[in-house]
Write a protein that binds this ligand. Sequence first.
Ligand SMILES: Nc1ncnc2c1ncn2[C@@H]1O[C@H](COP(=O)(O)OP(=O)(O)OP(=O)(O)O)[C@@H](O)[C@H]1O
Ligand SMILES: [Mg+2]
Length: 374
Amino acid sequence: MVRVGVVGGGQLARMMIPASINLGIDLRVFAESKGSSAHLAESTVGDSANMAELLAFAGTVDVVTFDHEHVPLENLRELEKQGTRVFPPPEALALTHDKSLMRAELAHIGIPQPLWTVIAHKNDEELARVGGFPCVAKLPIGGYDGKGVREIHSWDEVQDWLEAGPVLLEELVNFKRELSQLSARRPSGDFLTWPLVETRQEGGVCSVVISPAAGITERQTAEAHDIAQRIATQFSVVGVLAVEMFEDFDGRVLVNELAMRPHNSGHVLTEQSVTSQFEQHLRAVIDMPLGSTALREPVGVMANIFGGAPVEKWFGVSGLFPEVKFHSYQKGYRPGRKAGHLVVTGESVTDSVLLAEQARDALKGEEPWDKHHG
Ligand SMILES: Nc1ncnc2c1ncn2[C@@H]1O[C@H](COP(=O)(O)OP(=O)(O)OP(=O)(O)O)[C@@H](O)[C@H]1O
Ligand SMILES: [Mg+2]
């Protein structure tokens, strides 16, 4: 049996579990703590910054892949040196560690992106390169869920970050909507995309995904496919690659950022596509032929659940929403945390969005269950 090791015990590792069962893969998780979201898979608790612990884990599997990218690259390079297959390879993963490096590397191969620059202190000349204020400031390393992203109108608003290190500045893109291109590549080079999806964010965090994005032209389909394929090939990405993009009012696409693992924008595919992103990721990292990315349903809508996703509450309201698919990440309550998601598939975007949002709202409302269990 092929053994795949996943570094990180979050919801992405969790959702690889059903796919691994079906494929007959032995999935093992290197989790940050006991009782992780992915605890149903055989788990080792450890710290990926600790080389000895990471090596010991790698020794129990045939290939190492990731739930998140917060793993020291030097440790991954060391794993490779010691003979472990690491997918995506550390050199590719580097682009998802550092947004400044990603911008430079993508510029190098001519990928369309927002105007950008990196500054070490307040610098009006550099600011002019991104169109002046307002612009977007980003922490190059360590941001997620919009936490390292600010729209700024003056230098004061970014002073604290500048004191800590260089900051990436980007033009504030006046986009029509945000899109995401999900794809997968296996080591032998085979590469497949799913149709482009639309992502809707609230407060910089993905809230709803609509699949496929409405009104995409053939040219946009070809362009997004080409962008993802060039990135995947150029950097030898293996596994799922998500390319987050902005669509401007002229219909052009600009790359926002990359993820080299299953991604929030691809959750909808579990219900909608012949092959889920989790199955595809596992197939890719063990170099198995990729599955079909055709859609079984014309419309798919995913809505994230924030804070908590109490299964008990879903039991209470699910009778009203028999068509809605609920996914719990079995995480404890924390305000704003992605705790689960809902998926609706169907024929109409309007109806599916409405149903997904109604179900999500019903989860928020106070249920009799709350009164009993405080
Ligand atoms: N240059 C920009 N112009 C306009 N809006 C932007 C720009 N960069 C980022 N944003 C907005 O902020 C959101 C979060 O940015 P980004 O994806 O870079 O951050 P993140 O914290 O890595 O996000 P996540 O982990 O949710 O993908 C984007 O989805 C978009 O809505
Ligand atoms: Mg993002």
